[in-house]
Design a protein around this ligand. Structure first.
Ligand SMILES: [Ca+2]
Ligand SMILES: [Ca+2]
Length: 175
């Protein structure tokens, strides 16, 4: 089982999902307000492309909650813009990327503002490309056993300065 990085527990509580309590480990906004006015200064240069979420698998309830295994791909051999390759145009690889995981109890298709996909309210944690290994990559996120309902997940890539667009969105229903 691969562990995603978060300074707090990996337990994804109903509180977190409701946005009432944001656990530690969220990413701070890395740049100042006017930073994006000067493209030459943007840390990370060009933004990477996102990985592809392949499957969500709900596993039997364990002592840590309901394990949801997210399997994803980012080593696409199709090159830049390939269908399953997370790629940083500045490095020519995905080796410098980390992958951010997001979860929501609201279908993000209903978001009134696309920036909400990148809101730290929904941020769960990250794993580096090195830690994730080769495709198919997977991480396990535990859902609090007291939670019941549908949860939507998506992923982004981060190159240390810039975040990609979000991946496809998939959901799982906790009984
Ligand atoms: Ca970059
Ligand atoms: Ca790699």
């Amino acid at each position: 089982m691969k562990k995603i990085n978060n300074s707090a527990s990996l337990l994804l509580s109903a509180f977190l999902l409701a946005g009432i309590f944001v656990i530690c480990g969220c990413v701070d906004d890395p740049v100042a307000m006017d930073y994006y006015n000067d493209l030459d200064k943007i840390k990370g240069g060009q933004k990477p492309t996102p990985p592809v979420m392949d499957t969500l698998s709900l596993e039997p309830l364990s002592g840590d909650g309901y394990p949801v295994v997210i399997t994803f791909s980012s080593d696409g051999i199709d090159g830049p813009g390939g269908p399953d390759g997370a790629f940083d145009p500045d490095s020519g690889t995905n080796n410098n990327l980390s992958y951010f995981f997001y979860g929501s109890t609201t279908d993000p298709a209903s978001f009134d503002d696309g920036s909400r996909y990148y809101d730290e309210i929904y941020y769960i944690g990250y794993i580096t490309d090195t830690e994730a290994g080769d495709d198919p990559k997977d991480v396990t996120i535990f859902i609090h056993s007291g939670f019941s309902g549908e949860i939507w997940f998506w992923i982004t890539s981060w190159d240390g300065g810039r975040e990609s667009d979000h991946s496809n969105v998939e959901s799982v229903t906790i009984p």
